[in-house]
Design a binder for this molecule. Structure first.
Ligand code: ADE
Length: 279
């Protein structure tokens, strides 16, 4: 497999991993790296047009991959999809809840419909996925779940819906880590900060510019990479994280810690980048 990783070869041999939103951006990076490490990877998304190119590139590289259509907001669809994974591939060792979505708007302008849509996708959809994985495989066999959330620790202006939903996922992560510990299930979250991912390119140019200028306010003095989020996710799925559950790991260049409290980080060289070559 040509996909690069800092982790050891065949780390996930004979394991089945489900990555929601695995067709694009951070989800694609995670799917590629998992496949490169020997996993059978099921990428699942509502947008079929996002799935096929990623399925094809992983398959062409010799990876084990399947692409399933999935609407995480539809509980019956979620249950049927994860059952299908077990019936076709025999197990679910890891679940990465990466699918999500939001739109930029001040709280005063978000309709009830828009609010519910974002909360259903990011919070309820994550709950449906985790519980379906629990019911159809992990209750009996254990497993690892990783939820991809967002940097919302100091509030999330113009993103109140997703900030609230992601904060909900952080707490859900803690609760499920306790409720499902007896089943050998570990569940953790990853909170990416400002990441230079294809997801950013879906925002209007003016917002993209604003986001790019925010990189100067991150102690690392740069945006993060998809590879850096993928590495943290792979770590959480791996046996190296065997004693870690209920946590949320910030992958944000210390951006969530930084405020002007009479302390300014001097201008410095941006931190060295960790980024996998595409081939
Ligand atoms: N990506 C964004 N929204 C989604 C949804 N409802 N289901 C699956 N993937 C998604």
């Amino acid at each position: 497999m040509p996909f690069n990783s800092i982790f050891r070869e065949n780390l996930f041999e004979d394991q089945v991993m489900v990555v929601s939103g695995g067709g694009t951006g951070i989800g694609r990076a995670i799917a590629r790296e998992l496949a490169g490490l020997g996993a059978m990877v099921v990428i699942a998304s509502r947008a079929a047009e996002h799935l096929e190119p990623t399925r094809a590139e992983i398959a062409a590289a010799g990876g084990k991959v399947a692409a399933f259509p999935l609407n995480i907001r539809d509980e019956e669809n979620v249950k049927a999809t994860l059952k299908r994974v077990v019936s076709e591939f025999g197990r679910i060792d890891g679940l990465v809840n990466n699918a999500g979505g939001q739109f930029n708007a001040p709280a005063s302008a978000i309709s009830a419909k828009g609010w519910h849509a974002v909360v259903e996708t990011n919070l309820t959809g994550t709950f449906y996925m985790a519980r379906a994985a629990y019911e159809c495989w992990m209750r009996e066999h254990g497993g690892a779940i990783v939820n991809i959330v967002a940097e919302m620790w100091r509030g999330f202006p113009n993103m109140s819906h997703t900030g609230a939903a992601r904060a909900g996922v952080v707490n859900l992560t803690q609760t499920l880590a306790l409720e499902w510990a007896e089943h050998g299930i570990r569940i953790n979250s990853i909170a990416p900060g400002l990441i230079d991912s294809s997801g950013l390119k879906t925002y209007p140019a003016v917002i993209q510019d604003r986001i790019a200028s925010m990189a100067a306010e991150i102690p690392a003095q740069r945006m993060g990479t998809e590879s850096e989020v993928s590495a943290a996710t792979i770590f959480m799925l791996s046996p190296a994280a065997a004693f870690i559950s209920g946590t949320t790991l910030r992958v944000d260049g210390a951006g969530s810690l930084y405020r002007l409290q009479g302390f300014t980080i001097p201008d410095h060289e941006p931190w060295p980048v960790y980024e996998l070559d595409e081939d």
